[in-house]
Design a protein around this ligand. Structure first.
Ligand SMILES: Cc1cc2nc3c(=O)[nH]c(=O)nc-3n(C[C@H](O)[C@H](O)[C@H](O)COP(=O)(O)O)c2cc1C
Length: 212
């Protein structure tokens, strides 16, 4: 058993994609993909939009479970609809995913409304920042690591770099826009080494004639 988020590859200040499992007061289980920011080895934060079952359940019970998985279908199925009850394990007052690579139980420290201004997607939408302390991590699969999409964004831009000499101006413009979007994602979510690699890649892209 471990208590440190580092044990599942979570780095301070980076953001990870996970499946939150929650229960309401009546014991009904819910799963949804939610991003989680690592504050330090023990504390995390999540920005959750008003209206979701996840937020409502967290408000009711003041606890939730963060499930770590790399399985794309679990992300999709828990977004399209709730997961089948058979996919959960109910353990007293918590529910977690049967097939998670790892999971950790969180106790809520605070729930505060977030200033909606400046949100790149949902300007004006009400959202809350939930800060919680992880009290126990269970690792089911050796080497389990929380999923950070920064690396994938970096690889997308690196592939564009490798093709930048071969393409016409219209395609270069496409690469430029994709670079800027990947850079935005990386600045927001990525781990330190990916952020550093992206700074170098920006320079390399400019050397290949991308007007960024
Ligand atoms: C990878 C991924 C990450 C997501 N992260 C968040 C998030 O951080 N906060 C949020 O409010 N919604 C997030 N969503 C959207 C929620 O999963 C979505 O609103 C879901 O329908 C909420 O389900 P619920 O009502 O069962 O809680 C994310 C979706 C995906 C696919």
């Amino acid at each position: 058993m471990s208590f440190s988020l580092e044990s599942i590859g979570m780095e301070k200040e980076a953001r990870y994609e996970a499946i939150f499992t929650t229960m309401n007061d009546a014991g009904e289980m819910n799963a949804a993909p939610i991003g989680v920011k690592c504050i330090n080895d023990y504390d995390i934060a999540a920005r959750i939009f008003d209206g979701s079952k996840t937020l409502e359940n967290i408000r009711q019970t003041k606890m939730f479970v963060v499930n770590i998985t790399q399985n794309p279908q679990i992300f999709a199925d828990s977004l399209y609809d709730n997961l089948d009850n058979l996919k959960f394990v109910k353990d007293d007052d918590i529910a977690y995913l049967k097939n998670a690579d790892a999971y950790f139980i969180c106790l809520v420290k605070s729930i505060d409304e977030l200033d909606a201004e400046g949100d790149h997607v949902n300007e004006g939408a009400k959202s809350y920042i939930v800060v919680a302390e992880n009290i126990k991590i269970t690792i089911n699969k050796k080497g389990a690591r929380a999923l950070n999409r920064g690396l994938y964004s970096f690889l997308e831009s690196l592939i564009d770099y490798s093709r930048a000499d071969l393409v016409d101006e219209a395609k270069k413009e496409e690469y430029k826009n994709r670079f800027l979007e990947n850079e935005r994602v990386i600045q927001r979510v990525a781990e330190k080494d990916v952020k550093e690699s992206m700074v170098v890649l920006r320079q390399k892209m400019i050397e290949k004639g991308l007007d960024i």
